[in-house]
Design a protein around this ligand. Structure first.
Ligand code: ADE
Length: 429
């Protein structure tokens, strides 16, 4: 190493993702190996993402990390797994301009600084650890010039947070559960990129929650140990559903996509109820949202013999999915459907009296404009959705809505002004 003063830095941006075929249950807790395959859609990083700057310098005397401006410990197993696996793949780095030369073996002795920032509240239950660990691994791999492709990197990100492996790609992504005991074949592959089905619109209802939720780690462990439905789901249901979902995505068959997405979310929450002690992630507002969506799309109900049939209108169909929390993720098949959906959502779930529209609907605000809504007065004047009898207005049940769409995978940010660490000191800006 030439001199002791240099700092080498890399900044990356990584999206979050939402599973449409859920990951729930590990067969190996340390390596984070799942009991079934899962499929997700990557969300546009313009609206939901993690930005992470990683730096290396001979002047650093320990590995350090700052998350959203606060220093956190890197001593946890999940961070240590990612750091160890990337360091093992580090290659020689030379930057003649800055007089930097790091030999392959030097990486063992050098320390890193990491600063990470989520552009959405970490506590909102929007898979921040998925984007976070994907970004950490991607950025470290670029810093250390690791030669692994994104699928290989996904198997490392997986050891930080399971669903992080799916954030290494844009579009629709499958996490293959794999068979190997060492987890080497448990990785993510891209099914289609974000351009394949770009008319989809995603609206996330961030639901106010007072209740402390069961962590995913604890919940999954309890489900694996006690739920018979989980065993049935993993062995019998998901393998067929994965094939059907892949077909639906390939053919842009929205009816099948929505039906499979809703059914899989429902089954995941049924597994939670089948767990001892039972886990409740959805709350009253979440249930109200499901009822609202079903009323919007099901034009008529009729009874025939002992069966209850619902005729769903394909053009009004909206896919819904709920993760380990009360937030609803709604997927509309195009802009027109999303505009109508947002009007109905704002009628049924208006902001509390003191909120302003600008912070109540965030992300792609052009959908609001299409809906002809410019301020709170327009929300108050919305007509009740004709499909819903005696529609109630539940003021304040939703904290805010995020309008977004399928998005791209990780990328490097070359603009130095976006770096979260100081180029000379390697400390947070
Ligand atoms: N957990 C939540 N957000 C994170 C981030 N940005 N990086 C690492 N872990 C996280």
């Amino acid at each position: 190493m030439a001199q002791k003063t240099w700092v080498r830095m890399v900044t990356a941006q990584t999206p979050t993702n939402i599973a449409v075929i859920k990951y729930w249950g590990k067969r190996d807790e340390t390596l984070i190996l799942p009991v079934n395959d899962s499929i997700s859609v990557t969300l546009d990083p313009a609206h939901l993402c993690t930005i992470t700057t990683v730096a290396v310098s001979p002047s650093f005397d320990q590995d350090r990390m700052w998350l959203n401006g606060k220093e956190i410990s890197l001593s946890g197993g999940r961070y240590q797994n990612c750091l160890r696996e990337i360091r093992a793949r580090a290659c020689e780095v030379e930057d003649k301009e800055k007089g930097i030369k790091i030999a392959k073996n030097d990486w063992e002795k050098l320390h890193v600084h990491v600063a990470s920032y989520n552009n959405f509240p970490t506590a909102a239950g929007l898979a921040s650890s998925a984007a976070g660990f994907a970004c950490l691994v991607f950025a470290l791999a670029k810093l250390m010039k690791a030669k692994e492709d994104n699928s290989e990197l996904s198997a490392i990100a997986r050891q930080g947070s399971g669903s992080a492996c799916r954030s290494l790609f844009g579009g629709f992504v499958k996490w293959i559960m794999g068979k190997a005991e060492d987890g080497s074949d448990s990785l993510a592959v891209q099914l289609v990129d974000e351009k394949h089905w770009d008319e989809l619109v995603i609206i996330i209802a961030v639901v106010s929650s007072r209740q402390k939720e069961t962590s995913s780690t604890t919940g999954m462990r309890d489900s694996v140990e006690t739920s018979l439905l989980l065993q049935h789901r993993a062995k019998e249901v998901v393998p067929k559903r994965i094939k059907q979902m892949e077909e639906a995505i390939k053919n842009r068959d929205f009816g099948s996509f929505a039906q499979l997405t809703c059914a899989d979310s429902n089954q995941f929450h049924a597994v939670c109820l089948d767990t001892c002690p039972p886990i409740f992630y959805m709350n009253d507002t979440s249930h109200r949202q499901v009822k609202f969506l079903v009323s919007c799309q099901c034009a008529s109900h009729s009874r025939s013999s002992s069966k209850f049939y619902m005729k769903c209108d394909d053009t009004k169909m909206v896919a819904y999915t709920f993760d380990a929390g009360p937030n609803a993720v709604l997927i509309a098949h195009n802009r027109k459907a999303a505009t109508q959906l947002l009007q109905k959502l704002l009628f049924c779930f208006p902001p509390s009296s003191d909120a302003d529209l600008n912070s109540y609907v965030i992300g792609d605000k052009s959908i609001l404009k299409d809906a002809g809504i410019e301020d709170i007065k327009d929300v108050e004047a919305l007509p009740p959705p004709p499909e819903i009898k005696d529609a109630q207005r539940c003021k304040g049940d939703v904290s805010y809505f995020i309008c977004t769409k399928p998005g791209r995978g990780p990328g490097l940010l070359s603009d130095e002004s976006l770096a979260l660490l100081h180029p000379e000191t390697g400390l947070p800006k």
